[in-house]
Design a protein around this ligand. Structure first.
Ligand code: NAP
Ligand code: MG
Length: 478
């Protein structure tokens, strides 16, 4: 059985609390994947002190020197990609095909940011004084605290840690407890790439202790968080109070609009993939679908038929399309929302039930036909494989409903009409727009983030990450 230790100041260390917790496979609850430590603030403090001590020397390295380390981490991770994909799949239940893809993505992100170490970090701005040179440069924040969720246990830690490091910050990460083992496997790659001690540290434990501790620690200069809205807001308040920089990526309630002129097959397949891959546990997952009244009967029929054909089961088995919910509590939340949907009068037209009870936390991909957009299942993030399906009379009506939620992360439209596409681009309230493509899907070299309650309005990934992980110095030189 795997035992995940903390990684502090270049060493694997046991917590003084002596408390450990087991992570079980949500698709095979008799299988213990391994255990991680429930650390305390003493452990966290050691990690932050180590990161704080290491920050000066790390910042002094050239960007290309730092990049060399990231290239090395990527190479090591590539050798271990199957092992990492397997642990991630067992720990949170995504199919092995999906965690393989995610691991490949993680490696590509490392290489992308390794290269970023040689790209520009400032501008020359013409001064009104002809004898002066005015320019900007960027400096690291210092120690960056990284708090991550369980739904992308490989990609999210890397898309935060890699840019933090390349721009000269040192890191303390607290991974989601549900996927602590996967994160420790990633940290082993950093360890084996011989990063200087203290540059990267990992402390596992309760969010309310270690996560909150990171938010409060006066030596943590920036916090990057992905997770739920309630926790994100609390972290934001805490960081704001003490003047730390923060970045929050949170929930979504992502719409798909299917116009009457859409390609039916493409729209149905993309809706299914967007809504049900990863058991609907993506922040960018499709959860509301607005369909033009002319295409509606055919769309509904094909959507239900295809949904009923999806193979739900063992994440590691060849041919499985959808794995379990990531945890017992995720399953319970989904079932609660399904009950609420029925109670509030939505019509259940596919799925709705827990399945394979004896094995784990499996649920059928579920579709509700809805008429009232104020219903709970149309408003709140479920984070499970549940679609709320609506018939609309026009793209304008769809846009109005699509925007009638607190969130604004991703959104799709299916149409062949360019003017409808442009109206969508103009009017949809979301940060990630997808036209004739599913709502979930992010390229690592492009900015990612949301508006409204989905985000603190900063952007991650690509070059956009530079905005968060550095601050600008404006220099006037005469
Ligand atoms: P979560 O409960 O907010 O947890 C996220 C992280 O915060 C975990 O590491 C968690 O630790 C930690 N945490 C929990 N309580 C804390 C506290 N009081 N103070 C500081 N940290 C704390 O979210 P989740 O359930 O893991 O993830 C699902 C949510 O993430 C969904 O809402 C989803 O939409 C969102 N998400 C957003 C994006 C995006 O990019 N916008 C991407 C993926 C997921 P423990 O694991 O120990 O509780
Ligand atoms: Mg949680």
């Amino acid at each position: 059985m795997l035992t995940a230790l903390n990684y502090i100041n270049g060493k694997w260390s046991e917590t003084s609390t002596g408390n450990t917790k087991e992570n079980v496979n949500p698709g095979n609850v008799n299988e213990v994947v391994g255990s991680y430590q429930e650390s305390d603030l003493h452990d966290l403090n050691q990690a932050v002190e180590a990161a704080s001590k290491a920050k000066k020397a790390w910042k002094k390295l050239s960007g290309s020197n730092r990049g060399e380390y990231l290239y090395k981490v990527a190479d090591i991770m590539e050798e271990r990609s199957e092992e990492i994909a397997l642990i991630a799949s067992k720990e949170m239940g995504k199919t092995i095909a999906e965690t393989r893809g995610e691991t490949t993505r993680g490696i590509a992100i490392l290489r992308y940011y390794a290269g970023e170490g040689m790209r520009k970090v400032g501008d020359v701005i013409p001064s009104t004084d002809a004898s002066a040179l005015m320019f900007t440069t960027r400096v690291p924040l210092g120690v960056v605290g990284v708090i991550t969720p369980w739904n992308f246990p490989v990609a999210i830690p890397i898309w935060k840690m890699a840019p933090a490091l390349i721009y000269g910050n040192t890191v303390v990460i607290k991974p989601a407890s549900e996927t602590a083992l996967t994160c420790v496997k990633i940290l082993e790659c950093f360890d084996d790439a011989n990063l200087p001690a203290g540059v990267i540290n990992c402390v596992t434990g309760k969010g309310s202790v270690i996560g909150q501790g990171i938010a409060e620690h006066t030596k943590v200069n920036g916090i990057t968080f992905t997770g739920s809205n309630s926790v994100g807001k609390q972290i934001g308040h805490t960081a704001f109070e003490r003047g730390a920089k923060y970045q929050l990526e949170m929930g979504g309630k992502n719409p798909v609009i299917v116009a009457n002129d859409a390609d039916l097959n493409i729209a149905v397949e993309a809706t299914i993939s967007g809504a049900f891959k990863s058991t609907g546990q993506k922040c960018t997952a499709t959860s509301r679908v607005f369909v033009g009244s002319e295409i509606y009967p055919a769309f509904k029929e094909q959507l239900v038929k295809r949904t009923n054909e999806l193979l739900v089961g063992d994440s590691l088995a060849e041919g499985t399309w959808m794995g379990p919910c990531a945890s017992k509590s995720q399953l319970a939340t989904c079932l609660e929302y399904i009950n609420k949907g029925i109670e509030e009068g939505a019509e259940l037209i596919a799925g709705g039930n827990q399945i394979h009870h004896d094995k784990g936390y499996f649920i059928e991909p579920t579709i509700f036909e809805c008429t009232d957009h104020s219903q709970t299942i149309a408003q709140e993030e479920i984070f499970g494989p549940v679609i709320a399906l609506f018939k609309v009379e026009s793209v304008n009506e769809a846009l109005k409903l699509a925007n009638d939620v607190e969130y604004g992360l991703s959104a799709s439209i299916f149409t062949t009409n360019i003017s409808e596409m442009l109206t969508f681009v103009e009017d949809i309230e979301a940060g990630l727009l997808r036209i004739n493509a599913e709502s979930a899907g992010v390229e690592l070299q492009a900015p990612f983030g949301g508006v409204k309650q989905s985000s603190s309005h900063s952007r991650e990934q690509g070059e956009a990450a530079k905005e968060f992980f550095t601050s600008i110095k404006t220099v006037f030189l005469k």
